[in-house]
Write a protein of this length. Sequence first.
Length: 191
Amino acid sequence: MRKAIDDAKVQRMRNLVSGDYNSKTKIRSGYTRKRVVRKEGDVWEENKKTWTVKNGIKQTVNKLDKIRLENTTPLCCPQCDKRMKKQGDKFAYSHFKFCMSCLVTFETQIKVKGRDHWFKYKKEVQDANFESWLKEVSAEYEDFISQRDSKTMISEHGDIEDWGTGQSEKELRERFSKEIKEIMGRRNGNI
């Protein structure tokens, strides 16, 4: 029985012998994919997603990209160009946008100006911290109040348990505002 060699294989051998390594041996028809070359910084939408090219890599554009960029500590301090590799540097950058040694230098310059300047700066920082804490506590409390409406829980056995508290929302809000007023009074030195 004689085996026939396919014409495409013969053509491939001819191409190899002649040094034409990239020539095609068959002509095919069908779907051809359209190739679009993207450049650095291009933004486009594909399959209901937004894409961009960053550092030569195709990446999705996310809602949280700006926040991630803001919270990322750079390798070097923007003021003094020293490496920020210590934990204190990360803290200082997250609050003041420079490294810990620049923060120490900044606070030392304030202390050199005099006690009044130092106490004024210290009070501003403490007030900002307190306001931030107060906002966080109030948001947690509002979350608690909104979650409190569902008074029933389903246990892992499938039983429905009633976890209702004896206090109304009005009573809880009054108690919370009373405690916040007490904290504000102690902070201001009224109590």
